[in-house]
Design a protein around this ligand. Sequence first.
Ligand SMILES: [Zn+2]
Length: 305
Amino acid sequence: MKHIVAFASGLVAAAALTQGSAAKMNVVTTTTMVTDMVKEVGGDRVSVVGLMGPGVDPHLYKPASGDVVKLQRAKVIFYSGLMLEGRMSDLFFRMARTGKKVYAVTESIPEKDRLEPPEFEGHWDPHVWGDPTLWSKCIATVVEGLSQGDPAGRPYYTKRGLGVVESYKDVHQWALKRIAGIPKKQRVLLTSHDAFNYFGKAFGFQVVAVQGLSTVSEAGLADITKTVDFIKSKNLKAIFVESSVNPAAIERVSKDAGVKIGGELFSDACGKPGEMHEGQGEKYDVGTFVGMVKHNINTIVDALK
Ligand SMILES: [Zn+2]
């Protein structure tokens, strides 16, 4: 109790509220990237339940019956948005109509910064987290949403939010330095689906996907032939599989083109929380957004340089 007394008087009530887990604000999120962001910003004041685990494809994810109950019990809901969670849109709409606080974190991404790839005319590309600095803009929505649900926590969320923005910008700078080691003409990233357009723009990569922007449609024979021709013409050193997408198409392309698979990238989901990877003499938790970026960059740089 002694240390609580030391707090500024206005904070005493708030500090007392965070003593037991029962007093924490109940928040539900969708993808692992959103879950990690909300946990980082929410700290000790929130209890976060992420509906989608590692390796789960958000394009295809259908809410389970238990998910609806979790969403109903939540004080605040955060999802990624821009149609990423295509099969959950109706549910979020219905929840919002009942007065629930529901936020798409990408709503704070200015339209000028959103990509609209020609293959998906009329839709924004939802894979914003490929650019860590751009993804950091979503933190503003999380700070606001948490503060709406828990007004007393606003200074806490604001302060933590600024720290998380810094950590995303730091990993962006770190990535730029790592990528400088790959000759410019070798900066071609070939993966299963179009999850890396923002990544390509941020880090100067040409990005090619066997499959389209969503994973709903599977790669056809024509896609595979076209990809094999491309690899041969560019003399690519490696191509990559994704943790949340069936690797069959990439494995087929790898065999047909005689090119190695450079590793597995986290595209639409982070890794398992607490799973430590090592690269560049550094250990990082691939269950976090920052660890996901480090894993992806180290995998790409090691395979292509
Ligand atoms: Zn995707």
